[in-house]
Design a protein around this ligand. Structure first.
Ligand code: AMP
Length: 192
């Protein structure tokens, strides 16, 4: 299985977020999950990559050339794919993966997650999306989606595009138990 992980570049966040990223990488390495991630060396990205490498797990970084120019890439990750643009990078994150997992993060992580959700709503991306809600970080966003449904900006079925878990140990089960999705979901994309 290959899973793309979206997560923070910030190194200033609470320990609990680092511990969750580390535990997730433990789980993935133990279960032979190959990880695709943003290629960074710092923050939750750094811990994720360091822990995968420590266990001899497979990890692939994808980052745009301009980030390599400022030396943001993780030097220990041999499998590093460089893209010309951020758009190309985001598209590559979603290619040939079996699932996406979003850990807490800032604007970059939120954008990546929301693009994936938008494409899934349109049937253009059909794989499971799991949100790791460490320290209830994602509550405001989840409330926002509830509000979007309440106010008829989205359909109730759209809330089934992702699964939310509190603990990294529950991520793989959530991937396995995700609601099946296919290109035909375009027919349910519009609010009727
Ligand atoms: P954020 O959740 O806002 O920290 O965004 C994570 C995303 O920020 C990554 O996917 C990158 O696009 C970008 N990013 C910001 N800082 C770095 C960094 N030092 N190394 C690699 N990527 C970074």
């Amino acid at each position: 299985m290959r899973i793309c992980v979206y997560c923070a570049s910030s190194a200033k966040v609470d320990r609990a977020y680092f511990e969750a990223a580390e535990k997730l990488a433990d789980e993935f390495a133990k279960n032979n999950v190959e990880v695709v991630y943003g290629g960074g060396a710092v923050g939750l990205m750094g811990v994720l990559a360091d822990t995968m490498l420590k266990h001899g797990g497979n990890i692939i970084g994808i980052l745009p050339k301009f980030m390599v120019e400022v030396e943001w890439e993780h030097k220990g990750v041999n499998n590093m794919i460089m893209t010309d643009t951020m758009h190309e990078r985001k598209a590559k994150f979603m290619e040939d993966v079996d699932a996406l997992v979003a850990l807490p993060g800032g604007s970059g992580t939120l954008e990546e997650l929301l693009e994936a959700i938008t494409l899934k709503r349109l049937g253009q991306f059909t794989k499971p999306i799991v949100i790791l809600n460490t320290k209830s970080y994602y509550e405001p966003l989840l409330r926002m989606f509830d509000k979007a449904v309440e106010e008829n900006f989205m359909n109730k079925v759209h809330l089934e595009m992702w699964k939310v878990v509190d603990k990294p140990e529950d991520v793989l089960d959530a991937v396995k138990n995700s609601k099946p999705w296919d290109k035909g979901m375009i027919n349910f994309a519009a609010v009727k």
